[in-house]
Design a binder for this molecule. Structure first.
Ligand SMILES: Nc1nnc(SCC(=O)Nc2ccc(S(N)(=O)=O)cc2)s1
Ligand SMILES: [Zn+2]
Length: 264
């Protein structure tokens, strides 16, 4: 199966997942000199509403952790979006060392990690799966994460559950009040472009919005991410083996896509 090691990593994905070789792939390097500040976006602020207290399921997908949100009373609209999108799940990508880990880069700079909030167009489509096969089906918010001295208190609620899902396939149900607002940066300055899922099947179904301002996470918190395993409990391997120390796809060419910028 696909993964992030030398023998099953991003450079091999197109063999089994032909979409991975498409012209609208993600992530990309955000070349700020190419970004056009588009007036059609300026008066369309990105607007989100997320519940404060909800029950969530965190799962080890084998490629990282993912929190399923059953996004009933969630809504994302505005900015580049023409319809209202619902939050389906959120997850993160990181690297083995702090100088890599984000999927998008900014003028070639990588951040230590990148948070993805995955929404689907529930106004036009009847399911996430259906939306994931449409060019305007998904809207993903990308938030860069850099190492800071302090723990990120909201992320800590998720990180405290990771020891329960060390192995692939494990999940944990928890109801905690998550303030999504604090998982997003203060500034709403963002770049947006048309792209894809950054993991197989790499469907070209995502309207990407990447915030310019990073949030901070502590080194200890990032180490907890790296303690996840990509193999199941039954795979008897050495304790140090199978650790998910990196799960990011390097940038693909922007090609002739338009990169728009909006915000102060
Ligand atoms: N044929 C298909 N199988 N599975 C899908 S969608 C499953 C899923 O949620 N995939 C997914 C993959 C990557 C991302 S990401 N990293 O945010 O681009 C978000 C979501 S479409
Ligand atoms: Zn992602």
């Amino acid at each position: 199966d696909w993964g992030y090691t030398d023998d099953n990593g991003p450079s091999t994905w197109a063999e089994k997942y032909p979409l991975a070789a498409g012209a609208r792939q993600s992530p990309v390097d955000i070349d700020t000199s190419k970004a056009t500040s588009d007036n059609s976006l300026v008066d369309r602020e990105i607007d989100w509403s997320y519940p404060s207290n909800c029950s969530y399921r965190i799962v080890n997908t084998g490629y990282g952790w993912r929190v399923d949100t059953y996004g009933d009373d969630t809504a994302l609209s505005g900015g580049p979006l023409s319809e209202v999108y619902k939050l389906e799940q959120f997850h993160c990508h990181w690297g083995a060392t702090n100088d890599e880990g984000s999927e998008h880069t900014v003028d070639g700079k990588s951040y230590a990690a990148e948070l993805h909030l995955v929404h689907w167009n529930s106004e036009k489509y009847s399911s996430f799966k259906e939306a994931a096969s449409q060019p305007d089906g998904l809207a993903v918010l990308g938030v860069f994460m850099e190492i800071g001295n302090a723990d990120n208190a909201e992320l800590e609620k998720i990180i405290s559950l990771i020891p329960k899902i060390i192995h692939k396939g494990q999940d944990s149900q928890a109801s905690f009040d998550l303030d999504f607002g604090s998982l997003l940066p203060e500034s709403k300055h963002y770049w947006t472009y048309l792209g894809s899922l950054t993991t197989p099947p790499c469907n070209e179904c995502v309207i990407w919005t990447v915030f310019k301002e990073p949030i901070t996470i502590s080194e200890r918190q990032l180490e907890v991410f790296r303690s996840l395993k990509s193999v199941g409990e039954e795979d008897a391997i050495e304790p140090e083996e199978g650790k998910l120390v990196k799960n990011y796809r390097p940038p693909l060419p922007l090609g002739n896509r338009v990169l728009r910028e909006c915000g102060p």
